[in-house]
Design a protein around this ligand. Structure first.
Ligand code: GLN
Length: 447
């Protein structure tokens, strides 16, 4: 049924970059046979899933939305995907995204943008736009995306689905084609909070193949989902309701806050005073890490090699010139600049110091509150093409999401209404390090 839905819908939406039909049918048939013979079935038996094309699956294309990886077939499978398959999930294929996950609208994909299934003239958000759209259009029950500065939560809010950012270290990054390693996370898109809790429970946990993955035990996230918010303290940070917030988004999020109150939560106004430094801090650190991570694409080991070059250095230069898109080049240049001798202290080191201040803002706030509620994005989905000529305007779409990545904390975006034009609006719930359970409980209480 999922494959039929892809056939019917995805010609227009363009959320899949590759569909692995035979592989999907083979694993579905295996699960079907197990079910018929009365075996106990694993938790995601037969559940169709799609995977953002920055995660590797042995033998299937992995482009990261870039021409430079066209034709690349990875020899290994990402841990998060392996765990999904071991739990019985059926992988349908690989999902469209901004090139190397750099973007907020999916318009930086080298293979063309994704359309928002809720309004075809609108972007689905990014960079995991294909992952959000595939769930929103009913082509997949769950998908995996990645979130370095908002790329799960923002597209979830634009497409009207649930998107979950786990704590840094909760889910293995092994097999994730790196953008900014200290910020990158893998997490689920689903229709409901319960589904997100189930999928996270499957993909989370320590992985010896990722040195930054946490040894902390993974709780059963579905166990206390119905606990409710009675007696919980929930913070509302003034800085997230300031200038630039769309009035309809504000009204929808304020309605959620009222409902939390009705359900017995205590609402506390809080301050996260360094918030205004978050976007510049993020774009210094993310580009610095990207410039280092993307050095490996040199025409030697992966994907595209220029046919034009006849010296080694010309091969590096031409392969990268031909293979990378404009936004990726912009970030490599910016990142190389902030890391260069003479500028390192002024930009990179300073940004690391501000990152600590932003993290301390959250640690101080979470001494008083159990969760924090904010808008996910300042506006509903914007029009395709609306911001493509203005990178700075595009970067500002991340204003409410980059803070959680910088601080390492967890969060979720949940649909909470729609604009007068019928566009989905998302509310973000942020939680303490490794306290995904509370985020799910609050989310479930308001969905
Ligand atoms: N929009 C942000 C960026 O362009 C975040 C991307 C992401 O989370 N991968 O960097």
């Amino acid at each position: 049924a999922a494959l039929a839905r892809i056939d019917a819908e995805d010609g227009v939406i363009h959320s899949f970059l590759s569909v692995s039909r035979e592989r999907a049918m083979a694993s579905a048939e295996k699960i079907d046979a197990a079910a018929r013979s009365g075996n106990d079935l694993p938790p995601l038996a037969g559940v169709p899933v799609g995977i953002k094309d920055v995660l590797t699956i042995e033998g299937l294309p992995a482009t990261a939305g870039s021409k430079i990886l066209e034709g690349y077939l990875p020899p290994y499978t990402a841990t998060s995907v392996r765990k999904l398959e071991e739990a019985g999930a059926v992988v349908l294929g690989k999902l469209n995204c901004d090139e190397f996950a750099m973007g907020s609208s999916n318009e930086n994909s080298a293979y063309g943008p994704v359309k928002n299934p809720r309004a075809l003239d609108r972007v689905p958000g990014g960079s995991s736009g294909g992952s959000a759209a595939a769930v929103a259009a009913g082509m997949s029950v769950a998908t995996l995306g990645t979130d370095t500065g908002g790329s799960i939560r923002q597209p979830a809010s634009f497409c009207g689905v649930v998107g979950m950012l786990p704590t840094y270290g909760r889910v293995s990054r092994y097999g994730l084609i790196a953008f900014a390693s200290s910020l990158d996370r893998v997490g689920p898109f689903t229709n409901t909070v319960r589904d997100a809790a189930t999928v996270l429970g499957v993909i989370a946990g320590h992985d010896p193949l990722d040195a930054t993955s946490s040894p902390l035990p993974v709780p059963d996230y579905t166990a206390d989902l119905d606990r409710g918010v009675n007696g919980m303290k929930i913070g509302v940070p003034a800085e997230y309701f300031a200038e630039g917030l769309d009035q309809e988004v504000r009204a929808a999020v304020e309605a959620v806050i009222d409902r939390l109150k009705t359900h017995g939560a205590e609402i506390r106004p809080i301050s996260l005073p360094h918030t205004r430094y978050a976007v510049p801090t993020y774009y210094v650190l993310a580009t610095a890490e990207a410039s280092a991570n993307l050095a490996r694409f040199d025409g030697v080991r992966y994907g595209h090699r220029s046919a034009e070059a006849n010296t080694l250095s010309a091969m590096y230069r031409r392969s990268r010139e031909e293979g990378f898109g404009a936004e990726v080049k912009r970030r490599i240049m910016l990142g190389t600049y902030v890391l260069s001798a003479g500028y390192y202290d002024a930009y990179y080191k300073k940004a690391q110091q501000v990152r600590r201040l932003l993290t301390n803002d959250f640690i101080a706030a979470f001494a008083d509150v159990d969760a924090i509620v904010t808008p996910t994005a300042p506006t509903p989905a914007f029009k395709l093409g609306e911001k493509t000529d203005d990178p700075l305007a595009m970067y500002l779409a991340d204003i409410y999401t980059v803070t959680a990545n910088l601080a390492g904390i967890c969060g979720i975006s949940i649909p909470c209404g729609q604009s007068s034009e019928g566009l989905p609006i998302g509310v973000q719930i942020l939680g303490r390090h490794f306290d995904e359970a509370t985020v799910f409980q609050v989310g479930h209480a308001i969905e």
